[in-house]
Ligand binder design. Sequence first.
Ligand code: CP
Length: 340
Amino acid sequence: MLMPDSGLQHLFDWHLEDDLTWEEQLARTRHHYHRPRSLRRPDTLRSLGLLFFNSSLRTRTSMEVAAARLGAHTSVIIPGSGVWGMEWKDGIRMDGKSVEHIREAIGVLSRYYDALGVRLFATGTDYAIDQSEARFKKILETATVPVINLESALYHPCQALADAATIREQFNDEVKGRRFVLSWAWHPRALAQAVPNSALLMATRLGMQVTIARPKGFELDPEIMRLAESYTSKHGFSLTETDDQDAACEGADVIYAKAWGSQLRYDDSDQEKALRDQYQSWQVREHHLGNAAFMHCLPVRRGVVVEDAVLNSSQAIHLLQAEFRLHAQIAILERAWNLI
Ligand code: CP
């Protein structure tokens, strides 16, 4: 597990920041939601490079708008699409398809931009690389400007900051002790665990009663679970796991749906698929909702992860979550550029 030991990693690994910083960033996020036009722009033009190794709708556009609100210039850089394909391995002879090494690419971009945002999902094939965030670490080692994590192998910190602000807003700050259910859902693909990891850490840090509802075989990473348990000890209330989705959702204040793959996907993707496909009925349905607010990070597959009726109901706050991404990222950029 990554531990922050520099300013750059602080921006990357938001979950491990001290409580004061986390509360300040939450407060700034909510400030921007309530007063979206009261921004203090930097005196000099800033530039933001957004490196997307994977697709995005919300993260990409909300980062561009966040930067624009701060008067900053933005470039979106998609390796392999009008930009050279990149090599990750060190010490190799680059006589294959990759033209540019990540170390030169990040070194160059650090000289043009005042901050970099990077989206780099899990490989899904090499657990050692993913669990150690080896590829993201390589970027952090090489960059000489702040690096903002736009979703890595283990974490989606911008999403989690937005989600925490959404929950505080939804419950008028009366969040401690409320019941938060992180519900696994079936998906045709074995998705990564960054969002459920971050949602779990966010909810335990808010001091909620957290239940993870997931079938056997879909456990989250043990180190993430240990970190979540430490948050529960510190901030109060509880963390439990169950394979009974109906019972978990009863009396929930928040149902946060997310699909993720089993760790088996690293060793045996056919066996993982066979296991996952036994649970196609795992979907958040109208009868689960009760009085709960429904959350999802998006994009979401309607009729697969969640019933239309849930998304169409007034209890669904997924669009508010998406809106908070913008406010959260303005707060993150302010911090990256020492604007507050
Ligand atoms: N929630 C989220 O990160 O959305 P995108 O993948 O569209 O950026």
